[in-house]
Design a protein around this ligand. Structure first.
Ligand code: NAP
Length: 301
């Protein structure tokens, strides 16, 4: 079919900085094409928060179905929405905005994307499990909220700084229901917490650079665990190589990236039943990854 822009084309995109390496336009445009949606998804690079505010004003008057929000604006976007879904409030981050009659409605699809990927790539069930969540930022918050909804028994937030992890627990307040949530410092003392967990998650950016080490020592990992890395490039990360060597089941970040994007399309499309083709999105992202990284680096983008 191919992209055909006309007077009725609706807009979508991703706002962030920098966006030179984003896979989202490739993933989304491939899905719109397969779904025969007359939408186009654009990179929307804005350098600072005043640019973000201007983008929000433009999105109110232009025919946007919505836009995704990525680093470093997921937290700032919370305050710029007219309405924010409870899940995004609890996570402390908005990654998807739905534009409805000039109003901006904030959502967070990272948590649902995370659980969908785990469920489709392993025989993982969240009910009753113990989790070691490494990191306490927006992505960790979103995953934790979804794990609480999935009735996990225990979640320990293992972070470099305790304050950020404690703020996340404060925000969750009495919404933790039956899940026991606690914090631990990311140092030698966290070894037992990680080793005893059924699910270990990296929700830090450690691993995004090709020569990054794992965020935790390999001796903390064991067989019988599921180890998930939210980092999707390079794949596999040092953490996942260590986990595989320890006999654990590994899950990379690509499935989450695809699923959070697919759930965003479902929101914009106002479809109760998802028909967003994950396989098409994954293939487009993989093609982009295999074909273009060297070129981006050569160009210095
Ligand atoms: P964020 O809000 O900036 O939070 C980052 C977290 O990582 C913080 O807890 C921070 O600890 C910790 N951290 C940063 N550098 C660290 C280091 N060198 N050592 C130990 N901890 C470190 O970021 P985010 O939005 O949550 O994203 C986190 C990661 O998830 C990113 O790599 C992002 O690409 C990935 N992600 C992937 C997907 C996907 O679809 N696959 C979706 C969302 C996010 P402090 O509190 O101590 O600063």
């Amino acid at each position: 079919v191919g992209l055909q822009i006309n007077g009725r084309t609706k807009l979508a995109g991703v706002v962030g900085w920098p966006l030179g390496h984003t896979l989202s336009p490739a993933m989304h445009n491939a899905a719109y094409d397969a779904m025969r949606l007359n939408w186009v998804y654009l990179p929307l690079p804005v350098k600072d928060e005043s640019g973000l505010i201007q983008l929000c004003e433009a999105a109110r008057v232009l025919p946007f179905v919505g836009f995704n929000v990525t680093m470093p604006y997921k937290q700032a976007m919370l305050a710029l929405c007219d309405e924010v879904a409870m899940l995004a409030k609890l996570a402390g981050a908005v990654n998807t905005v739905h534009c409805v009659d000039g109003r901006l409605i904030g959502y967070n699809t990272d948590g649902r994307g995370f659980l969908e990927a785990l469920g489709s790539e392993t025989d993982f069930v969240s009910e009753g499990i113990s989790v070691a969540m490494i990191g306490a930022g927006g992505a960790a918050g979103a995953a934790i909220v979804s794990l609480i909804l999935g009735k996990a028994a225990r979640i320990t937030i293992v972070n470099r700084t305790l304050g950020r992890a404690e703020k996340l627990i404060e925000r969750l307040g009495d919404r933790v229901h039956g899940t026991q949530v606690s914090v631990a410092l990311l140092d030698e003392g966290a070894a037992d917490v990680v080793r005893s967990a059924d699910l270990v998650v990296n929700a830090t950016p450690v691993g995004m650079s090709r020569d990054d080490p794992s965020p935790i020592p390999s001796s903390w990992l064991r067989s019988g665990q599921v180890v998930a890395d939210m980092v999707y490039r390079p794949e596999p990360t040092a953490l996942l190589l260590d986990a595989a060597a320890a006999g654990a089941t590994t899950v990379g970040g690509m499935g989450m990236l695809v699923a959070q994007g697919a759930v965003a399309i479902d929101i914009w499309n106002e479809s109760a039943q998802s028909r967003t083709p994950r396989d098409v999105m994954r293939a487009a992202a993989a093609e982009m990854l295999s074909g273009s990284i060297a070129t981006f680096e050569e160009l210095g983008i």
